[in-house]
Design a protein around this ligand. Structure first.
Ligand code: HEM
Length: 427
């Protein structure tokens, strides 16, 4: 493993212009627990094998902490000092479900479970179908679109915004600010340098969530922002910062990763139309759609990495790790590990045994898994029913981020089967 690879892994813009998979393949076979310095002052261990990642995630809180230094690598050296970078400061604060350890994490997670449990999500199916149907009906009349921004991003944004109780007038701004937070090095989203861009994105999303939550407080609403005003950590109500930062987490996690999974899935099927044809022939079969969604997540691994800090001296895959060391789990490494997956580099919607770690596992197993699966199944089913002869209409563009990796633009053309029928069906 060369220094060059380490620098690339810690350079978000590399992910916008190049395919990082060769690095993860090299790491997994040559140095699966690899000391990585790269561009950052704070070096870390890169973990790329499925079994090693399972070990770390299964020992959350006992041997590893997410709270001590948060779950994300700083986007660059200028993001490393918490006093200079709002997002870094917040991710070191333990002020959000995703970056809490132990019993307080378990207690807080339980308070949001009704929104994301299988039963809670089943109740949302009608709403997801309506949102999907209306958006797709608009696109059918156009005959072409940017699949990522016009559909794969809009559906989950509308769904999570409805769950949070955020009025539609805020959605476009929140979506833009989220891109600034997730890919601050991407010139398309920049409003200054990367640090200023990310700080503005974070501050704006948090302010919006805090203001909306304040307007809902005490009114007995059934939405998730109202739930944040009544939730408790260690027996006390959440502070405004905690409300804002958790609101941000739900909004970001609720749309960004689903958008990336769907976009990757479609891009791969455009390259291999036989897989689209297979899904079309089997579009009434929920199991087929569910398996396809899992493969979208395995193959795209939209959350590129998560970070943990060792709380004691330990070993991962035989490599000694000292207390205080950072450990970065690269989901793409695990999701294409030949020790676990047959023909791992092949995108295959018919894959039956698919024990990917795209939703992680253990205490921080993705809370939105059932919702993501529903969003993807409904979107896919509507597309298979109403779109024909889809073809690329321009180059695919990737976002410059080594955290939320994925397609940011996917222009397509298509023939529409039945726009009016679709609108009537969801009316
Ligand atoms: C395909 C879509 C999705 C993927 C690939 C995905 C992936 C992940 C991963 C890997 C984690 C664990 C991070 C870690 O261990 O540090 C996670 C956590 C989380 N996800 Fe998702 N996610 C998706 C969709 C969603 C949706 C729709 C929501 C809804 C709000 C959501 C909410 C969350 C939350 C709240 C957590 C933190 C859970 C905790 O720490 O207890 N995710 N997600």
């Amino acid at each position: 493993m060369g220094e060059h690879d380490d620098i690339n892994l810690t350079t978000p813009s590399f992910f916008g212009r190049h395919d990082p998979h060769p690095i993860w393949r090299r790491l997994r076979s040559e140095d699966p627990v690899h000391w990585t310095q790269g561009r950052l002052r704070h070096g870390f261990w890169s973990v790329t094998r499925h079994a090693d990642m399972r070990f770390v995630l299964s020992n959350d809180t006992s041997i590893f902490s997410v709270q001590r230094h948060g779950a994300n690598l700083p986007a660059g050296p200028e993001f490393e000092a918490p006093e200079d970078a709002l997002f870094t400061e917040l991710t070191h604060s333990g002020a959000q479900l995703a970056i809490m350890d132990g019993q307080p994490h378990t207690d807080l997670r339980r308070q949001f479970w009704t929104f994301f449990s299988p039963g809670g999500v089943r109740d949302l199916e009608g709403m997801v179908r309506r949102i999907t149907g209306n958006l797709l009906a608009d696109l059918l009349e156009q005959g072409s679109c940017d699949f990522t921004t016009d559909f794969a991003g809009k559906v989950p944004t509308a769904v999570i915004a409805a769950i949070l109780g955020i009025p539609e007038s805020h959605w476009a701004d929140l979506y833009r600010w989220n891109n600034m937070l997730a890919a601050p090095e991407d010139p398309e989203f920049a409003v200054g340098d990367a640090l200023a861009t990310q700080t503005a994105g974070v501050a704006n999303i948090m302010r919006t969530c805090i203001e909306l939550a304040a307007s809902k407080r005490g009114r007995g609403g059934a939405d998730l922002l109202t739930a944040l005003t009544t939730a408790e950590i260690n027996g006390r109500p959440l502070t405004d910062t905690e409300i804002g930062f958790n609101g941000l987490m739900f909004f970001a996690a609720g749309h960004e990763t689903t958008r990336a999974s769907m976009s990757t899935g479609l891009a791969e099927m455009l390259a291999d139309p036989g897989q689209w044809a297979y899904l079309r022939d089997n579009r009434q079969d929920r199991d087929v759609l569910r398996r396809a969604g899992e493969e979208f997540v395995r193959y795209s691994a939209p959350l590129t990495h998560t970070l943990r800090t060792a709380t004691e001296d330990t070993a991962i895959g035989g490599q000694k790790i000292a207390a205080g060391d950072w450990v970065v789990l690269w989901f793409h490494g695990a999701n294409r590990d030949p020790a676990v997956f047959v023909d791992p580099e092949r995108f295959d919607v018919t894959r039956v045994k698919n024990e990917h770690l795209g939703f992680a596992l253990g205490k921080h197993f993705c809370l939105g898994t059932h919702l993501a699966r529903l969003d993807m199944a409904v979107m896919l089913s509507a597309m298979l029913e109403h779109l024909e002869d889809i073809e690329p209409a321009g180059p695919v563009e990737m976002a410059s981020s080594n955290l939320f990796w994925g397609i940011k633009h996917l222009p397509i053309r298509f023939r529409a089967k039945s726009g009016r029928a679709l609108r009537e069906a969801v009316a």
